[in-house]
Design a protein around this ligand. Structure first.
Ligand code: OSB
Ligand code: MG
Length: 376
């Protein structure tokens, strides 16, 4: 059993090493909500993957802070918990706000691992000692710039290249990359940029032998993805549409996708991520771990999750240096020449949080304890 004595909410601002452009816009600096949970002398961190704007999902840094402060943290404080798996029931009265819930739940899992003196990966049911890594390459100013990025990522060993795409940055780009590298594992991610009028064009992408086409249509859709999947040889992978295990079951049953991207924040925490993983595994649907431009805190949690057996495709969990000039954990996440990350076997997440650096990046913080609240 563990009791949460205090929770600290903190917003840090951190510039990205390189701007990241998707079909919904450019990100150059991240605002990130971090949570820190304390229990009987132990402390663990969680990262909220909500963005600055409600573009990827309805949540933002500000909504997550508000809901954590007013609804979620009060439900955690002072409660006797078995562990991370106790959180969904405590939070269930609050609808949605999955990214806010995940940040807190994941910190509790990390505390549980520390209390049990096991690695987080082991606690989650992980079986892999290394995970396979891919990269997600944003939309670039030119085709030449993109080819350079692909070349660089392949030289670093990454096993799969995912190209962000949108109307006007799609067929020509796939042609150029596939033309130059006929044998690499290549995929694309549209972040919902296409509509039914685009079906004929998307069907032509079968020529490029993509591993998958990620979330081509609406962020909340299964039906039209199912219509599109019938017309394609290429697998559709759903990201935004999958909010929980039931969504995964519906999407698999309707054949809206043949692959699922699991983001622990998008589904509300490790408990639901494991449930999606298991549901997909039982139905022969491979999964991979998506990324949300996380700092080392969220990245460490993604590594632990990716060690589960059905994470059989390379994920978007890449080296710290791709995102940050200096990460907030030690050691930084590194990718081997084979395109793999070692799953730490130390207690907890296996990384140390660099509190000194976090202090410098903090723009607001708040401590909540049983019966007390302090804003700094
Ligand atoms: O759709 O996978 C996505 C980043 C921000 C929001 C959505 C997505 C992404 C990425 C980047 O693709 C993944 C990463 O490298 O962290
Ligand atoms: Mg995606």
């Amino acid at each position: 059993m563990l009791t949460i004595d205090a929770v600290h909410l903190r917003e840090i601002n951190m510039p990205l090493a390189h701007p990241f452009e998707t079909s919904f816009g450019v990100t150059t600096e991240r605002r990130i909500l971090l949570v820190e949970a304390e229990s009987e002398g132990l402390t663990a961190w969680g990262e909220c993957v909500a963005g600055e704007h409600p573009y990827f999902s309805e949540e933002t840094v500000d909504t997550a802070w508000m809901i954590a402060e007013s609804e979620l943290v009060p439900r955690l404080l002072g409660k006797e918990l078995v562990g991370g798996g106790s959180c969904p029931a405590l939070f269930s009265q609050v609808r949605g706000h999955r990214m806010a819930k995940a940040a807190l739940e994941n910190a509790v899992w990390d505390l549980e691992a520390q209390q049990k003196q096991v690695s987080l990966a082991e606690l989650l049911g992980g079986t892999r000692s290394v995970i396979a890594c891919g990269v997600s390459l944003g939309i670039q100013p030119s085709k030449a710039a993109l080819l350079e990025k692909v070349e660089e990522a392949l030289a670093q060993g990454y096993q799969r290249i995912k190209l962000k795409c949108k109307p006007g940055w799609d067929t020509k780009i796939f042609e150029a990359v596939r033309g130059r590298w006929p044998d690499i594992q290549l995929s694309c991610d549209a972040n919902s940029a296409y509509r039914v009028v685009d079906f004929d064009k998307i069907a032509e992408w079968d020529d490029f032998d993509l591993m998958m086409i990620e979330q081509p249509l609406w962020y909340d859709d299964f039906y039209f993805h199912s219509m599109l999947q019938k017309r394609l040889n290429t697998a559709i992978c759903l990201d935004e549409s999958i909010r929980n295990r039931r969504d995964a079951l519906a999407a698999i049953d309707m054949e809206s996708c043949r692959i699922i991207n699991i983001k622990v924040g998008r589904v509300g925490g490790f408990s639901e991520a494991i449930a999606v993983h298991n549901a997909a595994a039982e139905r022969g649907i491979p999964v991979w771990c998506g990324g949300m431009l996380e700092t080392g805190i969220g990245r460490a949690h993604n590594i632990a999750l990716s060690s589960l057996p059905n994470f059989s495709l390379p994920g978007d969990v890449s080296a710290s240096a791709r995102y940050w000039t200096e990460d907030i954990i030690e050691p930084e996440v590194v990718v081997s020449a084979k395109g793999e990350i070692d799953v730490p076997d130390g207690v907890g997440s296996g990384f140390t949080v660099r509190r000194d650096r976090i202090e410098k990046l903090t723009v607001r913080q708040q401590t909540m304890k049983v019966g007390a609240r302090v804003t700094v």
